[in-house]
Design a protein around this ligand. Structure first.
Ligand SMILES: Cc1cc2nc3c(=O)[nH]c(=O)nc-3n(C[C@H](O)[C@H](O)[C@H](O)COP(=O)(O)O)c2cc1C
Length: 180
């Protein structure tokens, strides 16, 4: 069947979902889920995500020039869903969701303690692409929970990161298969 042009991205799924945490100039934190996200360079290490330009996340990043990409697991799906709500500017979704802010090493934006990995990013570039703003972050510092990365191998089935299917539907990885 032919896909209508406002439906195609629903088939480019599931997508990893991240929680992006930021802070405004008054020091109020913010967090929101994003699934239009991908790595875009290894040297320098760059990550890119696409956001509606009106999101508070974007406003904060343009003010402070930094953000943290946090990887959530299935344990905090309920909290992630609260972070997706449209709270007024200046209200911290991290606090509303009962999540814990963690001081970052290299950036002003806090990380989210309950997440399994954190990438501290400095704004590298931004581009307007259609109705979304592409935010490119240079990763200054990255952390993952020890038990999910023993000997440099990511144990993804143990980590159980959330993947976004669409709306309020999320997927989890069933099994890992190997190419021969
Ligand atoms: C799983 C999930 C993924 C989302 N992905 C995106 C995305 O990639 N880009 C975007 O602009 N909004 C996305 N949203 C919507 C924002 O998270 C939502 O509008 C949020 O309230 C924005 O918060 P903010 O204004 O505090 O930045 C997503 C929502 C959910 C639940």
């Amino acid at each position: 069947m032919e896909l209508s042009l406002n439906q195609w991205y629903k088939v480019l799924a599931p997508r990893p979902v991240v929680l992006i945490s930021t802070v405004n100039l008054k020091g109020v934190s913010n967090a929101a889920p994003f699934s239009f996200v991908m790595p875009c360079s290894t040297e320098p290490p760059l990550v890119i995500f696409a956001s509606d330009p009106d999101h508070h996340t974007v406003k904060n990043i343009l003010e402070t020039k930094d953000f943290v990409v946090n990887i959530p697991d299935r344990e905090i799906l309920k909290e992630l869903w609260i972070c997706a709500k449209d709270f007024p500017a200046g209200v911290s979704e991290i606090k509303k969701a009962g999540l814990t802010e963690e001081k970052s090493t290299k950036v002003k934006s806090p990380g989210i303690k309950e997440c399994l990995a954190h990438f501290e990013c400095k704004l590298f570039k931004k581009y307007l692409a259609g109705d979304h703003l592409l935010i490119v972050g240079k990763i200054l510092q990255a952390y993952v929970r020890d038990e999910y990365f023993p000997g440099g191998k990511y144990l993804i089935t143990r980590a159980n990161p959330l993947m976004h299917i669409g709306g309020n539907e999320f997927g989890l990885l069933g099994k890992v298969i190997k190419a021969k």
